[in-house]
Ligand binder design. Sequence first.
Ligand code: AKB
Length: 320
Amino acid sequence: MQQDKILVIGALGQLGSELADALREAFGEDNVIISDIRRPIDLEPHVRFEALNVLDSKRLAALVDEYKITQIYHLAAVLSATGEQDPLFAWQINTDGTLNVLEVAREKNIHKVYFPSSIAVFGADTPRQNTPQNTIMNPSTVYGISKQTCERWCEYYFRKFGLDVRSLRYPGIISHKAPPGGGTTDYAVEIFYKAVATKSYKCFLQEDTYLPMIYMPDAIKATLQLMEAPAQNISVRSSYNLGAISFSPVELTQEIQKHLPDFKVKYVPDFRQQIANSWPQSIDDSVAKKDWAWTPDFDLALMTEDMLFNLQKKVEKIVL
Ligand code: AKB
């Protein structure tokens, strides 16, 4: 059997940096090539890196040929909050970039493509509790509109060309290795850094804003599980709803205060409040559960304990 060779695009972001580690572990260091528009500050000797702007489809095709790539994980995107600052740029990166990947994958007979979608594909008309897999969407951010469009393209490439594209609608991802890159759910990461470093945080969402979230180890587990599932089990070729935890800023604050009782939070909502108000509060992921046996491992308490433990270790390293 041919050894899979994997290209991760947008690999230096929050998800990419941890997913690339997991892929190296699963497929071997020589079989994972990471790429990003920016160069890594420190490149570890075992990491194979190539600079790539996802809008440059010639370079993408050349990398696929050079490394005999069989799978592409396309993670490059402009997120919801940053996207609103320059909507046309966000549309170009998110939509043209994804079409470049799908087209190169079709031309080069790539075996599998992974595309990350988001809860941002839903909008103010969507039922917000236990949001179903198939429902009214009407996203209002350029990020959500571009992710919804790309979901349609993914399904199109599967039906029209038989390209094996798989996708998840991620909730907010919480992690302690690389920072998130300009999303509405970023507060749920920032709050941990501030809790450990300064014991106070100014939250840009109201205290009662429920949003769906997932801890990074679960996000990685779901991604690998979906990509390893037999093709005949994959009934959704747009993007799967993915659920894990749902909480509000005040609930997260209270959970952190169980470990750090002096921690204080002020709630000062900004433009991101309106985005959060248009998104689901919790997700129905029963189709993912049925098709490829999805179950998360981390609840709010476990995630909080693990985040604080790891961030405290990081701070101690800096201080020593
Ligand atoms: C964002 O907030 O933009 C992202 C997402 C939910 O896709 N974290």
